[in-house]
Design a binder for this molecule. Structure first.
Ligand code: ATP
Ligand code: MG
Length: 459
């Protein structure tokens, strides 16, 4: 920060040549949107967006390296000094179709009109190359007061693009701001329009909320707004309307309306301390007591990638098997509990087991209940120690493989080989047998003999 440019940072300094080049060619160019908001608030800025009076064609002529990323919206990506900048021509969006996208955009010459089309006052400010702030709609005072307020008439803005209602919750929850009463009332009036918005766009906003600084505030605001129950595709009730699920307690509910984004305090701090988004998603599903099927369906409907859906589902599924083992400090110490934990880990995989431990330990440390059972920190520590001490958690880590086993026992490769390998893995994970070739082959022989005699190792 300096006296001439109170709102500035090094990312903007690095992007200055882009503004200057446009200005030298006779156009206007400014930093705009999220980067201006974040630099004023003293937050690190993610990306520097630029708005200009130059048309996309003119931008592409002016810079050596450009990518026509969104020409229909007037956006060209400009690459300067190995950094990329989205340069968007000033535009207005007069008419909207289906409450989700403008019927067409018109390029305009004035910054004022461009700022007017933006969603919230805090997102509708611009910074010129000399550091002057352009704040036509009271964004600075709303930013200082921590208020999410629509530019112009809130009913109009939400009805033009219904996703803005979800964005309001996203900005309020990540920044810890309040939604202006006028915007909140308009949101409640317009919430049915969310049915026009693609599930994928809602999913992307929810993912940013959960990854942000206030996932618990997002949950409280979403519950109070009733927005998710109005989505185009039905989301499981336990997720869309917390408290209504079959096996649910309203753990994430605060019911305190627009500004009161409280949540249950220990739960909220535990959620915010989890680092990964996937851990947070699983934690939310557990706190809401969703079944693995409902967790899966939620993320499927929100168009998450399969890998992320599987990760959340398996953590929620593991909870059913593992939570009873951690419900009291004594339980994990018994041989039966140790065996049950090994079985749960082998079924879920070590990554899921580690994620589940990260989540439940964070919750237990904050004194929050998750999934209906109070978990003991000591028991979770014991499960974590047992996991860390498991010599193997996957068949590929065994000192023998299917071929070795088949040739040693004279078996044909088939389901029996798989069953034997699983039996060996379980025994190694339980530390009953060392992960050594001779010991494993001896155990496999014993298991085969046992099977011939219909013994307990038969599977
Ligand atoms: P972040 O990138 O941190 O999520 P952002 O404010 O930069 O926040 P973007 O989605 O990148 O959000 O959008 C950039 C800018 O474009 C916003 O600051 C806002 O001015 C405008 N904008 C984005 N989406 C909309 C929308 N649906 N309606 C109106 N203006 C929007
Ligand atoms: Mg952005």
């Amino acid at each position: 920060m300096n006296a001439q440019k109170p709102y500035w940072d090094e990312e903007m300094e690095a992007a200055l040549p882009v503004l200057q080049k446009l200005e030298n060619a006779g156009f206007e160019a400014v930093f705009v949107g999220g980067c201006v908001r974040d630099v004023i608030a003293g937050r690190p800025i993610t990306d520097v967006d630029i708005a200009t009076s130059a048309t996309p064609d003119a931008v592409m002529v002016l810079f050596d390296r450009t990518v026509p990323t969104g020409l229909q919206h007037g956006t060209v990506t400009v690459i300067v000094n190995e950094r990329t900048y989205e340069v968007t021509t000033y535009r207005s969006e007069a008419e909207y179709e289906d409450h989700r996208r403008p019927a067409g955009v018109a390029f305009i010459a004035e910054l004022e009109g461009d700022l007017l089309r933006r969603d919230f006052t805090i997102n509708a400010m611009a910074l010129r190359a000399d550091g002057t702030l352009v704040d036509l709609y009271g964004g600075l005072s709303d930013l200082h007061a921590g208020i999410i307020r629509c530019v112009g008439d809130a009913d109009e803005r939400f009805s033009e693009d219904a996703l803005r209602m979800v964005r309001a919750v996203r900005f309020a929850s990540t920044f810890g701001y309040a939604i202006a009463p006028s915007a909140w009332r308009a949101l409640l009036r317009n919430r049915e329009l969310l049915q026009h918005v693609a599930m994928e766009r809602i999913g992307a906003e929810l993912d940013k909320m959960i990854g942000g600084a206030g996932p618990h505030r997002a949950a409280a605001l979403l519950a109070a707004s009733g927005l998710l129950a109005r989505a185009k595709e039905p989301l499981p009730a336990g997720f869309a309307q917390p408290g209504c699920g079959s096996r649910q307690r309203p753990a994430l509910r605060s019911g305190r309306g627009a500004g009161g984004a409280g949540g249950v305090p220990p739960l909220s701090s535990a959620l915010a301390r989890l680092q990964g988004k996937d851990d947070r998603w699983a934690a939310v599903f557990l706190a809401l007591r969703l079944s693995p099927e409902d967790a899966e369906e939620t993320l499927q409907r929100l168009r998450f990638p399969g890998r992320r859906i599987a990760s959340a589902r398996s953590a929620v599924k593991l909870h059913d098997a593992a939570a009873p083992l951690a419900a009291s400090s004594g339980a994990a110490a018994t041989p039966a509990a140790a065996a049950a934990w090994v079985d749960a880990v082998l079924a879920a995989g070590v990554e899921t087991a580690s994620a589940w431990l990260r989540i439940t330990r964070e919750f237990a440390a904050s004194g929050a209940q998750i999934g209906g059972l109070p978990l003991s920190e000591a028991a979770l520590d014991a499960l974590a120690a047992q996991l860390a001490g498991m010599p193997c958690t996957a068949i590929r880590e065994l000192a023998v493989n299917g071929n070795i086993l088949c040739s040693h026992l004279g078996l044909k490769p088939g389901p029996r080989t798989g069953a034997l390998l699983n039996g060996l893995l379980r025994s190694v994970a339980l530390r009953e047998t060392p992960n050594e070739r001779e010991a494993l082959l001896a155990l496999a022989e014993f298991m085969e003999e046992d099977r011939m005699n219909d013994g307990p190792y038969t599977s």
